[in-house]
Design a protein around this ligand. Structure first.
Ligand code: 99T
Length: 209
């Protein structure tokens, strides 16, 4: 086995990193990427990450030539063009735009959930803003409702960019917002998630307990 040619700035608790890891599993590319574990937050940045990604965010992928790709969407697109199997991001046609739109909705849930995490975990209590936090939570709820009403069949038919994104978003809600009890309101999504979370790629990338 050759040594990895790329390295991924990585955290096991990041759902954006998890999407990349799931794609690596699903496409048989795990051994091409070395993991560089990083602990960071908006107020405790990593100089190494900042040097490659001025936004200071994970994931970032250093390629063999030393250049750095970010963010997760760009990295997924890049890695999906590096294997010989069926692409997980359709190359063209209406399917491409629909699957990317579903993936973007999953990212929007994640953006809101990560902002809530920082608001409740990092921001001093006296500076927190309940209405702002509730507005982020509403975004998550609206996204869950639309996925339940419109996207179950599409998610079920293929474990691709859209399904990976939604699965990682639901996993992150379980990880950081267990009290949300989203399964009570979205039973079809719950059934779908129960099924896909058995996949080896999802099992191997679970957030820490
Ligand atoms: O905002 C920061 O300075 C640090 N935050 C991050 O690096 C988070 C880690 S999730 N990453 C992103 O927000 C990436 C978003 C980007 N659009 C992408 O890559 O798709 C950590 C969550 C947790 O630990 O709970």
């Amino acid at each position: 086995m050759s040594s990895p040619s790329m390295s991924l700035f990585y955290s096991a608790s990041s759902p954006f990193v998890r999407k990349v890891m799931v794609l690596l599993h699903e496409t048989g590319q795990l051994d091409r990427v070395a993991l560089e574990s990083v602990q960071l937050s908006p107020i405790a940045p990593s100089a190494d990450v900042n040097a490659g990604n001025p936004a200071g965010k994970l994931p970032a992928l250093r390629l063999a030539d030393g250049s750095v790709l970010h963010d997760s969407r760009v990295i997924l697109d890049y890695l999906d063009r590096q294997h010989v199997g069926e692409p997980l991001i359709p190359l063209d046609g209406p399917a491409r735009w629909r699957r990317l739109t579903l993936a973007s909705l999953a990212d929007a849930m994640l953006d809101a959930a990560v902002l809530i995490r920082y608001e409740t975990f990092l921001r001093p209590e006296e500076k927190r803003w309940d209405a702002w936090q509730a507005a982020q939570q509403d975004k998550i709820e609206r996204a869950l409702a639309q996925l339940e009403a419109e996207a179950i069949a599409e998610l079920t038919c293929h474990f691709d960019i859209a399904a990976i994104g939604v699965a990682c978003a639901l996993g992150y809600l379980d990880f950081r917002q267990p009290e949300l009890n989203w399964r009570q309101r979205y039973s079809q999504l719950a059934d779908w998630y129960a099924d896909v979370s058995q996949r080896p790629s999802m099992q191997a990338t679970q957030p820490p307990v």
